[in-house]
Design a protein around this ligand. Structure first.
Ligand code: AMP
Length: 226
């Protein structure tokens, strides 16, 4: 990205921000950093962090700010994120947002662009209940909107498609609650600083991507890559 800018995706569970964050990162040729994916990777590898995070993730609760911040900070030290990155699922609390400000400042980054996703409740449900994840590569699908070519099988590596443990309905409710309690206040924090743009998350993948690119163009972010 020309102006070495960070883009943050905020939105309730199921708003489609993960898919869109990946698409944008690909388009801008910068890393897509999902704290959920990083944590799930720790769980799969049974690292000490993974052992700690597993019960929290499975209950739809947040992992501690200190752990997540350290993980993100370490990731941002790698050279591939020097020109920019897309953050997905982070920050999720005020201390995380403030911690991120410090990290960005230290690394000489511009203030982030924050995209706030909006989707109605029925659509949120379909997006979560319909979501399937590849058990090998982590690729995501949706049985309603973006089905694989063969039912239950990943198009890329043939892995079995599974429902993530935290997409079960009772866990979804807990995740929605934690979004309302802890993440929603970030919207005000970033609005007050003029960094927030609201994005309508309804429509086809290409329509939503188009809206995101329009916001970047208007704000003259990464214009040379769009
Ligand atoms: P996600 O894939 O972003 O929906 O994240 C899945 C789960 O990982 C969340 O429900 C939390 O348990 C945990 N998690 C991901 N990102 C964070 C974060 N920034 N802070 C705390 N916990 C997180």
């Amino acid at each position: 990205m020309a102006s070495n800018c960070a883009v943050i995706f905020i939105g309730p569970p199921g708003a489609g921000k993960g898919t869109q964050a990946k698409r944008l990162a690909h388009r801008l040729m910068v890393p897509h950093l999902s704290t959920g994916e990083m944590l799930r990777d720790h769980v799969t590898r049974s690292t000490s962090l993974g052992v700690l995070a597993k019960p929290l993730i499975e209950a739809g609760k947040l992992v501690s700010d200190e752990i997540v911040l350290r993980m993100v900070e370490e990731r941002l030290m790698r050279p591939d994120s020097r020109e920019g990155f897309v953050l997905d699922g982070f920050p999720r609390t005020m201390p995380q947002a403030q911690g991120l400000d410090t990290v960005l400042y230290r690394r000489g980054f511009e203030p982030p662009l924050v995209l706030d996703f909006h989707v109605d409740r029925e659509m949120l449900f379909k997006r979560l209940a319909g979501r399937r994840t590849c058990s090998l590569g982590g690729e995501t699908y949706n049985i309603y909107f973006q089905p694989p070519m063969r039912e239950g099988i990943c198009d890329f590596d043939g892995g079995a498609l599974i429902t993530r443990a935290d997409d079960r309905s009772e866990v979804v409710a807990a995740r929605q609650e934690s979004f309302a309690q802890q993440t929603a206040p970030l919207i005000q924090y970033y609005t007050d600083r003029g960094l927030l743009e609201r994005v309508d998350g309804l429509g086809s993948l290409d329509e939503v991507s188009g809206r995101i690119l329009d916001v970047l163009k208007q704000r003259k972010i990464a214009n040379d890559r769009l």
